[in-house]
Design a binder for this molecule. Structure first.
Ligand code: BUP
Length: 444
């Protein structure tokens, strides 16, 4: 969802700018959330041309059984099938945008079609710096404490996803294979905005980091789209929020792919109760929603904790997909305990909600640091480690929540970031101008 959602938001933006959009979706999809979001999107935007990329099976013998990884592998192996789909389009393509994880397999197709082509890099400009410099820095990073990103803080080695430091890991190999090819693109799209990553974007676009880097376009924050999002009725949580005082509720969600161990889930429950603050907690028991057979909260939280939550009457726990956008937009929500997936960070910026970050995997520590150093609208706990690295106790969680929810300056900063974010995408704003310029180029 962290990749699909920004693609659909970008497609919606292009439709609003009267572009003729074709969306290519891999079939089959992995999760119910994906297929529901896609079908809502196509109902809301019937003018979008839908093409299916029928995937070849993922390579046999792959040791990694994560269904999302298998899907990623299957998509990479099927990219050559894009050529006949794309070359027969009418009207013919004016430009082509593809996912950041597909550079190597899509590049030959994009070059053969011969239209300007771009990747949508679904993270921050700082993370893109890291990605584009990785081949040059890979050796030295392993032997040093960290590295500098212009306009960002010093990135400590412990913030780098462990798979990138492991010389045998598949992700490291893919990073090393794809990254040098960014110079072959016509540009890179980012769901960020100049006002919060200006120095980093300037350094990238001045070629200070990588020679011959194509233009990097900040087009965000991508606006959550009322026309197709809202996979579910989110009725009960919203009704409950309506009854809570303004700014009093902590929203807790660790993204679409995080399924924490049950002992960690229980510590979170304990921490939420210890904090004394109201909370709305979206809890996932499985990585993929189709495999989630445990429908009862007691099955995951344990009867004792469920009873405590009911007795205290301060929190609501849901196991279903919620409409995060509507929750962050609700006046009762005063804080967001988040894994710092980049979409969640941008959504919190767009709705002006302070973040307590608990980065668990991938780019999330760098995203969490963005919240602290580029917006100042929250905090994160550097000693909590990656997912499963250690058991974070309820006491620590409770204290961190109190620190976030009682600090007025986070609210003030979040409000400022919200204003700047909205200005960036309004008419004459930095991101709106960037998108407009691209569309004008495509018309030529
Ligand atoms: Br869970 C959940 N409702 O219940 P990120 C997520 N979302 O709307 P991720 C919901 O999914 P990666 C839910 O608003 C955001 O747009 C949320 O993206 C939405 O994290 C998206 O925040 C989640 O980038 O992606 O899914 O962990 O692994 O790519 O970082």
């Amino acid at each position: 969802m962290g990749h699909l959602t920004p693609f659909l938001r970008l497609a919606a933006m292009l439709c609003h700018h009267h572009c003729h959009v074709t969306l290519i979706t891999p079939k089959p999809t992995v999760s119910n959330a994906e297929s529901m979001l896609l079908s809502k999107f196509f109902s809301a935007f019937p003018q979008v041309n839908q093409l299916n990329l029928h995937l070849l099976p993922s390579s046999s013998g792959t040791a990694n059984a994560d269904p999302f990884f298998l899907q990623f592998d299957a998509i990479r192996r099927s990219c050559h099938l894009l050529h006949p789909l794309l070359s027969s389009l009418s009207p013919p393509l004016a430009s082509f945008v593809y996912d950041m994880t597909l550079i190597s397999p899509v590049l030959p197709v994009a070059t053969a079609i011969g239209v300007p082509h771009y990747i949508l890099f679904t993270s921050s400009a700082s993370m893109f710096c890291f990605f584009s410099c990785f081949p040059n820095a890979a050796e030295s990073i392993c032997d040093s404490d960290g590295f500098d990103i212009p306009g960002f803080s010093y990135v400590s080695k412990s913030w780098i996803p462990p798979q990138l430091l492991d010389i045998n890991a598949i992700f490291r190999k893919l990073f090393l294979e794809d990254s040098p090819k960014v110079t072959k693109l016509d540009g890179v799209f980012l769901n960020t905005f100049e006002e919060v990553e200006s120095k980093t974007l300037k350094a990238l676009n001045a070629g200070e980091l990588v020679k011959d880097l194509p233009p990097v376009h900040a087009l965000g924050p991508f606006v959550p789209c009322y026309e197709f999002e809202g996979l579910c009725e989110t009725g009960e949580p919203l009704k409950w929020l309506d009854e809570q005082p303004d700014g009093s509720v902590l929203y807790v969600c660790f993204g679409s792919r995080t399924a924490l161990e049950s002992n960690q889930i229980r510590e979170i429950g304990d921490g939420l109760l210890r904090s004394g603050f109201r909370f709305l907690w979206v809890m996932k028991g499985n990585k993929v929603d189709t495999e989630d057979e445990e429908k009862r909260l007691e099955g995951v939280l344990g009867i004792e904790l469920v009873e405590k939550i009911i007795k205290e009457n301060k929190g609501m726990v849901v196991k279903e997909w919620v409409d995060q956008r509507q929750i962050l937009d609700h006046s009762a929500v005063g804080g967001f305990f988040s894994h710092c997936g980049w979409n969640s960070v941008m959504e919190a910026a767009f709705y002006g909600v302070p973040i307590l970050g608990w980065p668990l995997a991938g780019d999330q520590k760098i995203n969490a640091e963005f919240v602290v150093s580029n917006g100042g609208f929250g905090t994160w706990k550097k000693d909590w480690g990656w997912e499963g690295e250690r058991l974070v106790r309820g006491e620590e969680i409770g204290d961190a929540i109190k620190e976030l929810m009682s600090n007025e300056s986070f609210f003030a900063k979040a409000e400022q970031v919200k204003m700047v974010a909205r200005k960036a995408i309004s008419i004459g704003g930095s991101s709106e101008i960037n998108l407009h310029k691209l569309i004008e180029e495509w018309k030529k």
